[in-house]
Design a protein around this ligand. Structure first.
Ligand code: SF4
Length: 496
């Protein structure tokens, strides 16, 4: 390898995920006070979480089904090379073409090359998180191609030039009045916030774009290795229009989306819609195997499957392999008390919520997202909600451990926790710690047993919440008193 020229600056490595809010703490503070966001989230996320619980409770075997789904994913990841090769072989056998991309840059280049070779100019796209990961729209537009999002939520975001804030409900942070303003400016029509009218505006516009499009791009919910098929789950007809109307269909997937066989698919279909939106099944469940056959009337002339790595091999080889089991249902977001308070944009990447707090640092590096492993109360709601039983709290703790090992935590924080650990290891230091804590804290002004302002380095705690005043006596003292009183009573009652 040639030595780097010392006078030339080396460009920093490209992040695997786009980052759009670099300062977690500033955004979290702002969004915690954003009542409009809380109203929007309460109206949707909380209800979806309730529907998920109800729908799963109605299944006779929900927990066994979740365990089975998790095991299928674990097995597939253990044999990923085998299943990816099988998938490739069967896609090709049905007339499709398979392309492997090491990173998002390569994946974008592949889509652009397919568009140029097929003389495609207008591209319609259905919702796909992996395409967000690649910043595909920017790459296509930079290459002079026109791309139109056709999922209603994604279309609103494209018009508004903003980012999704949820895995399955991308525009959940916006209310109808905000969408009305965006549409009025874009379509040059009078303002309305009537949802059916807004949806009709988008529908009429998109219908024409479907008819004119040369190429359709979709994501992939599941790729079935045994048959070479891709399964795409949507709640709007746009996914079906994108994959059948244009001449070319390009499906893009992260490499962890493969499952072994068709018989595995119902396990995931049963869980996905219930977990994501409290439905029994998504409105449209499409299984696509290759391009149109000679005797078929509808469908694309070419079918391309792009399988992207973009850092997944690295994750597969490490402690966080289980994160690759994620089926992007969004249930952990809906269940998370932190997500409900700060919304999706605060997490800074296209993957928000508890799973985003894990995978964003995995993709982009822990040093760049040092607050994310701490964006959790570790209450376990995400683990309980996850249909493939990913133990998110456990991995967040692992990640905090990695932060300490890597020296990412501040020196003050490391000293503080070293002292804490030492104190907890010895009985006498633990007890003296309690005495000192009581002495100091009980001298501070308190109202109804709550301290409103802590001093010095712990002042941050009371900036947004109160701290409980410690009781006059600790548990040991009270226990001793209780035992003494008991003995005294039993002594009085005893017959001499
Ligand atoms: S981690 Fe689990 S609950 Fe969260 S999006 Fe992934 S599959 Fe759904």
């Amino acid at each position: 390898m040639p030595a780097a020229e010392p006078h030339k600056k080396v460009a920093p490595p490209r992040l695997a995920l786009p980052v759009f809010v670099p300062d977690f703490m500033a955004s979290a503070s702002a969004q915690s006070a954003n009542d409009s966001l809380h109203t929007a989230l309460d109206n949707s996320v909380t209800k979806k979480d309730y529907s998920r619980r109800t729908m799963l409770a109605a299944l006779p075997d929900a927990d066994a089904l979740r365990a089975l789904a998790g095991n299928i994913k674990r097995h597939t990841l253990d044999h990923l090379d085998y299943y990816l090769e099988l998938l490739e072989k069967n896609v090709v056998a049905h007339g499709g073409q398979v392309h492997f991309a090491a990173d998002s840059q390569q994946a974008n280049d592949l889509v652009i090359a397919i568009a140029r070779r097929s003389s495609s100019h207008l591209i319609v796209k259905s919702k796909s998180m992996v395409s967000e990961e690649m910043e595909l729209n920017h790459a296509l537009e930079a290459a002079g191609l026109e791309v139109v999002e056709t999922d209603l939520g994604e279309f609103i975001l494209q018009v508004d030039q903003s980012h999704p804030s949820h895995l399955v409900m991308p525009v959940i942070h916006m209310r109808a009045m905000e969408i009305g303003k965006v549409f009025a400016a874009h379509f040059k029509v009078p303002y309305t916030d009537d949802p059916p009218t807004l949806a009709e505006m988008a529908r009429v516009y998109l219908r024409n774009r479907f008819n004119e499009a040369d190429m359709g791009i979709s994501g992939v919910n599941y790729a079935i290795a045994e048959t070479g098929s891709v399964c795409i789950c949507t709640n709007e007809g746009n996914g079906r229009m994108c994959t059948t109307r244009p001449r070319i269909h390009v499906a893009i997937m992260g490499m962890e989306k493969v499952i072994p066989a068709m018989e595995d698919l119902p396990v995931f279909l049963k869980l996905l819609a219930r977990s994501a939106s409290g439905q029994t099944l998504t409105q449209y469940t499409n299984i696509i195997t290759g391009p149109k056959r000679p005797d078929e009337h509808d469908g694309p002339e070419e079918f391309h499957l792009i399988i992207m790595d973009n850092g997944r091999s690295r994750i597969l080889a490490g402690d966080y392999r289980d994160t690759l089991r994620c089926i992007r249902c969004g249930a952990c977001l809906n269940a998370c008390p932190i997500y409900r308070k700060v919304g999706g944009h605060t997490y800074g990447s296209i993957y928000p919520g508890p799973i985003g707090a894990l995978i964003t640092p995995l993709f982009n590096g822990l040093a760049k997202h040092k607050h994310l492993p701490h964006a959790s109360s570790l209450c376990g709601a995400c683990y309980e909600a996850c249909p493939v039983k990913i133990n998110i709290p456990e991995m967040l703790i692992l990640m905090r451990r990695d932060q300490v090992r890597m020296g990412i935590a501040s020196r003050a924080e490391r000293w503080f926790f070293d002292l804490w650990t030492w104190g907890l290891r010895h009985r006498w230091s633990y007890r003296w710690g309690q005495v000192v804590q009581r002495l100091v804290l009980r001298r501070l002004p308190a109202k109804d047993q709550w301290i409103a302002k802590l001093p010095g380095p712990v002042a941050g705690w009371t900036r947004v919440r109160d701290f409980p005043r410690p009781p006059r006596h600790d548990f040991r003292y009270l226990w001793k008193e209780h035992q003494a009183a008991k003995q005294a009573t039993s002594g009085r009652g005893a017959t001499p």
